[in-house]
Design a protein around this ligand. Structure first.
Ligand SMILES: Cc1ncc(COP(=O)(O)O)c(C=O)c1O
Length: 360
């Protein structure tokens, strides 16, 4: 039976990526070596890194005023590394608290300087993202999360401010068109929409690199890492290759605007079913903030939750259980998930409704 993988991450990748990655493990590009045994100083890997950067620049229209880095580690590392680099003892940064990941970023920043939380959705269990907040002009930067993976909320508009905006795009990078010039820095773990776990994409405006705290270890210093073009130490060679394959796949699919249209269609289909079905309710309270990547919903009768998970698994639908100890469901519709998989989930929800309420 074909499995439809709605996992929140690590998540489904395109078939193109699996096949090319498997080939590269055996013999990378006819070199006679597995990519797993290929030096990061080889011309083969130099080609991978160069193409990955060039493709990312092309897909997201990243100007030369920004450095592009592929660094070992996930977004959580950058929760700490960003303030380590940019926050100095006597300075402050502004943060928007829109969920667990945003709160983790806030907690890490508190080790380094003053943190001003401009607004928090916590009291409302993060069912919407606060808007209309003020960002103090003397902040070194303003940090927010564009897509809250656990709660299924998203902020499509970049908050307006004169201070550099830093955005965690771990769960929606490359899913929709963005204007990079509105950001001082964008970062993302790749294991949701852009590759295998182990690497983060960093896009940082070069003038911010000039303001990096010089008194920090080189291995964490964005300026040092940028000067060395992601090769200050051994990077995660294979994970970066899977990111390159994702970028190649995206380009073959028609680029970001084509994938965005598909993501709109997929998410609309599922939200329509959630709103129609008598057994389920959407979790997000502000419908304009509904994520296209992570669709969250509840069973109106919590006792039916496990029954639905089992019912769906029997039909090949996996990965829809909500994060850790949170109740309800989360279906992640990342770029590589097909419209066919979404139609299958919708059909399973309809079948479950008939099963629980025959004749209704
Ligand atoms: C929005 C967001 N930020 C950060 C993280 C943390 O990423 P990592 O586990 O790669 O550090 C996640 C993980 O799911 C996430 O969804």
């Amino acid at each position: 039976m074909k499995l439809h993988n709605f996992s929140g991450g690590p998540a489904i990748l395109p078939d193109y990526v699996y096949h090319k990655a498997a080939d590269a493990i055996k013999n990378y590009n006819g070199t006679g070596l597995s990519l797993l045994e290929t030096s990061h100083r080889s011309s083969a890997f130099a080609g991978i890194l160069m193409e990955a950067e060039a493709l990312l620049r092309e897909l997201l229209s990243i100007p030369q005023a920004y450095a592009v880095l592929f660094l070992a580690g996930g977004a959580s590392q950058h929760f700490a590394q960003i303030p380590l680099n940019l926050l100095h003892k006597d300075t402050g940064a502004a943060y928007l608290d829109s969920g667990v990941w945003a709160a983790n970023a806030i907690n890490e920043a508190r080790y380094y300087g003053r943190v001003h939380v401009v607004a928090s959705g916590k009291a409302e269990a993060y069912r919407s993202i606060p808007t209309g907040f003020a960002i103090p002009e003397d902040s070194i930067y303003f940090h927010y999360t564009s897509n809250n993976t656990i709660y299924g909320t998203t902020l499509r508009e970049v908050p307006q401010t004169s201070v550099p905006v830093i955005c965690d795009m771990s769960s929606d990078i490359l899913s929709a068109e963005i204007d990079v010039t509105k950001f001082g820095m964008i970062y993302a773990s790749v294991q949701k929409n852009a590759g295998a776990a182990g690497v983060s994409i960093i896009v940082i405006r070069k003038d911010l690199l000039d303001n990096v705290n010089p008194d920090i270890p080189n291995i964490f210093n964005y300026a040092t890492l940028a000067t060395n073009r992601s090769l200050y130490n051994t990077p995660p060679v294979f994970a970066i290759y899977t990111t390159l394959l994702n970028l190649q796949w995206l380009q073959r699919e028609g680029g970001i605007s084509a994938i965005e249209k598909r993501n709109i269609e997929k998410s609309q289909l599922l939200y329509e079913e959630i709103d129609r079905n008598r057994l389920f309710t959407g979790r997000v309270s502000n419908s304009t903030q509904r994520s296209r990547m992570n669709i969250t919903f509840w069973a109106d009768k919590p006792e039916q939750e496990q029954a639905f998970l089992d019912f769906a698994a029997e039909r090949g639908v996996v990965g829809i259980k909500q994060y850790a100890d949170y109740g309800g469901f989360r279906a992640s519709l990342y770029n590589a998930l097909s419209l066919e998989s979404v139609k299958t989930l919708v059909a399973v929800m309809q079948e479950f409704e008939h099963h629980m309420q025959p004749g209704a």
